[in-house]
Design a protein around this ligand. Structure first.
Ligand code: FAD
Ligand code: DLZ
Length: 506
């Protein structure tokens, strides 16, 4: 009697439900690097290295813990083409009579797993992924019958359910949310602590060589690869965040700073998404820091990202189904402009976000939302093309977390399921939150003409294009009042500037 437990590339957790459900004796853990996963989009080179290196390290840790692991490397002879093919071959090779697996994170994989029994000829038990704090059933119990599915409502419900940052049934500090305190530009003289970087070991170096050869044409550079690839490294990264950066995480959560690609952000998304860290242990570490004196606006801000946003977007993704990524409520159809691949836009905020995306496979939330996403929204880029770009370029990108953020939060393409209004902003916002505008070739204070910051006229052009729909939104009434106060000549000038600029970016 042999059971096969396939462990996917983002299921690298020793407590995985499938591993907990079987006996070590009589079990073969299957891990397979396969072209289908490596190429469903042409991932950033750093993401490929991260996933394959973390998989190889995890396989070694399982073996050390006494598991039998059948590991199929992509550079071995005759690698399997897909996870399904790898599993069918492993069932035959080990004469297995049962498969126990945890459901994958993406609709694409969940669908493939539904066909595993037919492909292998043995019973396949598919378990829920219990590494999230909120199961799909629990999310459904919250969502069912609600008129609106807002993150803030979900988050408050989760705080109450879990008791996290609660005291005697009320939120610690008397407020659910300290977001208003978390919008400061970086103050002069504030030093940003250097986050740890993990030097590639022999395993990672082998993977780097493989990726440089087999995926030479993929986007991104590998020279600065330094992501945690083991649980031990991920814990070092989490500890460093709690000790050195959490204290200022809240204050500078929305800041944009030239030459500071990571600021006070946690840099834990790659590790949590792979399973090297659990979301609960990240939350617990921050709450423990509060007890040791960390500021509440920082701790609450961080907890909200993980207990709130991360769980909420997964719930939305699973609930909305595979069609979600095709939504396009604003009818945007512009092909993805070339500047998303070259970083040669001339807009300093955009090019800085691009450069670090290329070299670190990382941009922080405000760069993703208010620079790269905002620009696409204003320019009317096809949301599906942008979704694919975001899925390609970040080391932490998996559709379940990326798609709600891009399609919903950033592009308003779900028509307001996630957000009550589009995250659209002109140059003044970017200038207020950081210092990219000073060295920029465009002038943020100019509203018209060839030197004006493109975010300025694109912002008004976007609002004008979508006036029929968006001017009905109460949260945008003041903004539309502003637009309506412009003279017709001024409005026409804005629209001409926008058309001229958009023609230059393709
Ligand atoms: P921090 O800012 O330090 O936040 C701490 C943690 O909170 C993150 O590690 C993450 O686990 C969680 N978190 C924060 N914001 C979000 C959010 N909006 N949704 C879900 N979890 C959140 N996150 C991904 O993990 N993968 C993606 O592919 C991804 N794509 C995004 C695309 C867009 C357009 C936007 C606006 C956001 C996206 N995010 C994505 C969310 C967020 O930007 C990243 O999680 C964050 O930048 C990762 O860096 P960090 O670990 O330093 O996060
Ligand atoms: C992201 C990824 C990549 C690049 N390669 C593999 C792989 O070769 N084998 C594997 O098991 N998993 C891989 N993954 C992670 C899966 O794509 C991931 O499980 C799905 O995206 C679901 O979240």
């Amino acid at each position: 009697m042999t059971v096969i437990v396939p462990v996917l590339g983002d299921q690298l957790s020793p407590g995985l439900a499938s591993l907990a459900a079987v006996d070590r004796a009589g079990t073969v853990v299957l891990m397979a690097e396969v072209m289908e996963e490596a190429s469903y989009v042409p991932h950033h080179k750093q993401k490929l290295v991260l996933v394959f290196s973390a998989m190889r390290h995890f396989a070694a840790a399982l073996r050390d813990a006494g598991w039998t692991v059948d590991y199929r490397a992509l550079d071995a002879t005759a690698p399997a083409a897909s996870l399904t093919a790898a599993l069918a071959a492993a069932v035959a090779r080990h004469e297995a009579d049962r498969v126990v697996a945890v459901l994958g994170g993406e609709h694409r994989l969940i669908e493939a797993q539904g066909a595993w029994a037919a492909a292998t000829g043995v019973p396949v038990e598919l378990l829920d992924d219990d590494r999230y704090l909120v199961s799909p059933a629990l999310f459904e119990s919250w969502a069912e019958g609600r008129k609106r599915l807002r993150m803030e409502d979900f988050y408050r419900w989760q705080r109450a359910e879990t008791g996290i940052l609660m005291a005697d049934g009320v939120p610690v500090g008397g407020q659910w949310n300290f977001d208003k305190e978390n919008r400061k530009p970086l103050a002069k003289g504030v030093r940003v602590p250097e986050p740890p970087r993990f030097e590639p070991d022999a395993v990672t170096r082998d993977v780097i060589a493989m990726v440089e050869t087999r995926f030479a044409g993929n986007f991104g550079t590998l020279g600065r690869f330094g992501w945690p690839v083991t649980r031990a490294e991920a814990l070092v990264a989490l500890d460093a965040f709690i000790a050195d950066r959490l204290g200022s995480f809240g204050d500078y959560q929305d800041a944009l700073v030239e030459g500071e690609p990571t600021l006070f952000h946690a840099l834990v998304s790659t590790s949590v998404n792979l399973g090297l860290l659990s979301p609960r242990e990240c939350i617990d570490a921050a709450v423990a820091a509060l007890e040791a004196g960390a500021p509440l606006n920082a701790v609450e801000g961080f907890v909200r990202q993980i207990l709130g946003w991360r769980e909420y977007v997964r719930g939305i993704y699973l609930r909305e189904g595979p069609g979600y990524v095709g939504r396009n409520a604003l009818g945007a159809s512009r092909p993805l402009p070339e500047i998303y691949w070259t970083g040669a836009s001339g807009m300093r905020c955009f090019d800085a976000a691009f450069e670090q995306t290329r070299d670190l496979a990382y941009a922080h939330h405000i760069q993703r939302l208010m620079v790269l996403g905002n620009f696409a929204l204003l320019a009317g880029v096809d949301p599906h093309a942008l979704h694919e770009w975001f899925l390609i370029v970040y080391a932490d990108a998996y559709e379940w977390v990326e798609a709600p953020n891009v399609i919903g939060m950033s592009q308003f393409a779900d028509g307001g399921l996630l957000g009550s209004k589009p995250y659209a902003a002109g140059g003044a916002y970017i200038n207020r939150m950081g210092n990219h505008c000073a060295p920029c070739r465009y002038k943020v204070k100019e509203r018209a003409g060839p030197d004006a910051c493109p975010f300025n006229y694109l912002y008004w052009d976007f609002l004008a294009r979508h006036a029929a729909l968006l001017s009905k939104n109460q949260r945008l009434w003041t903004v539309y009042d502003g637009w309506n106060r412009f003279t017709p000549a001024r409005q026409a000038e804005i629209r001409v500037d926008a058309a001229r600029f958009l023609a230059t970016i393709g």
